[in-house]
Design a protein around this ligand. Structure first.
Ligand code: MET
Ligand SMILES: [Zn+2]
Length: 321
């Protein structure tokens, strides 16, 4: 495993990318890959359930992604919340230790902070509807201790992922500031129409919130069908000077009622990857995959980027298999 120290300013994220040859490769879906290896994640904790039952499996999937060429791996903390562990009978201290464990497993990892909708485990991170009564302050209180614990575990960067609406983007940005979080962060939104974030809130407004937060070193999109990515990059580019991070899902449809992905509604690894160079040409500099993408997808992204220019990831000392 390589260790990258990403210093905590946007400028130095750019320096990290320069060292990477301009583009860095992120890993692919974690939870869906754990499932492919037999984990039963039908649980409110989703991938975080493996922190309890099979940490060795998490470790092995992280390694698969590193071997496939990922420069950045994302921890199993997406749906790990103190409130979620407590609901299972763990003490506060045990819950905090489980959060920390997700970072320890990935060592120089980038912990994932899923939204409040992910904690609800009812698919609401794909609707962004938290009800009229939800406020920025309530979301901040929900996430506060979690973000502190993850930051204290010493990762390189905190990935706030699948952010479905503006109030949660605001909550994360304010938390980073209020808690004086020294670890840099990225904020990635999801979209189901290629124009707005899933709640219908303006992507431009959401990305602007990320842009004006000094701890945020990259802004982008995750867990969104590949066919929408091109237009979303162009939109984000209008409001940010920060590096753009893109990790789409396989494009398959998720059936929230049945709690399963509808197979064969997505694109093949090859098709997915054929877009990657174009995305980088128009402004993306960190690219990977989200749900239902696999180490094969990441291998193909790594190869596509290596073919692009001599300064691309292929030139790095790492050997892709
Ligand atoms: C619903 S998006 C999930 C993101 C998380 N990092 C995962 O790959 O499991
Ligand atoms: Zn996803």
């Amino acid at each position: 495993m390589e260790t990258f120290n990403i210093p905590a300013t946007p400028l130095l994220m750019k320096e990290f990318l320069r060292q990477m040859g301009g583009t860095a490769v992120i890993d692919g879906g974690l939870a869906t890959e754990l499932e492919l290896h037999g984990a039963d994640l039908n649980d409110p904790l989703w991938s975080a359930k493996c922190l309890l039952t099979s940490p060795h499996l998490i470790r092995s999937v992280h390694l698969d992604y590193l071997e496939a060429g990922a420069d950045i791996i994302i921890t199993a903390s997406y749906q790990a919340t103190i409130q979620g562990f407590e609901a299972k009978g763990f003490s506060r201290e045990q819950s905090e230790n489980l959060l920390k464990k997700s970072v320890d497993i990935a060592l120089e990892a980038r912990p994932s902070v899923g939204s409040y909708g992910a904690y609800l485990a009812d698919g609401s991170e794909y609707s962004g509807c938290y009800g009229e009564a939800m406020t920025v302050n309530a979301l901040k209180e929900f996430h506060r201790r979690r973000v502190q614990v993850l930051a204290e575990a010493g990762p390189d960067i905190i990935a706030f992922e699948t952010v479905p609406n503006k109030i949660e983007a605001q909550a994360f940005a304010e938390l980073l500031d209020e808690e004086h979080i020294k670890i840099p962060a990225w904020l990635t939104f999801n979209s189901k129409d290629g124009v707005n974030v899933v709640s219908g809130d303006s992507l431009l407004q959401c990305a602007s919130i990320a842009e004006s937060c000094k701890q945020v070193v990259a802004v982008g999109i995750n867990c969104t069908p590949p066919r929408f990515i091109h237009d979303l990059i162009l939109a984000i580019k209008k409001v940010t000077t920060k590096p753009i991070v893109i990790y789409p899902n396989s494009g398959e449809r998720y059936d929230a009622d049945r709690k399963e992905w509808v197979e064969n509604t997505g694109v093949s690894d090859e098709d997915f990857v054929s877009y990657v160079n174009k995305w980088c040409e128009i402004g993306a500099s960190l690219v990977g995959g989200c749900c239902r993408t696999t180490p094969n997808t990441i291998k193909a992204i790594y190869r596509a980027l290596s073919d692009r220019s001599p300064a691309a990831p292929g030139q790095k000392s790492k050997t892709a298999t």
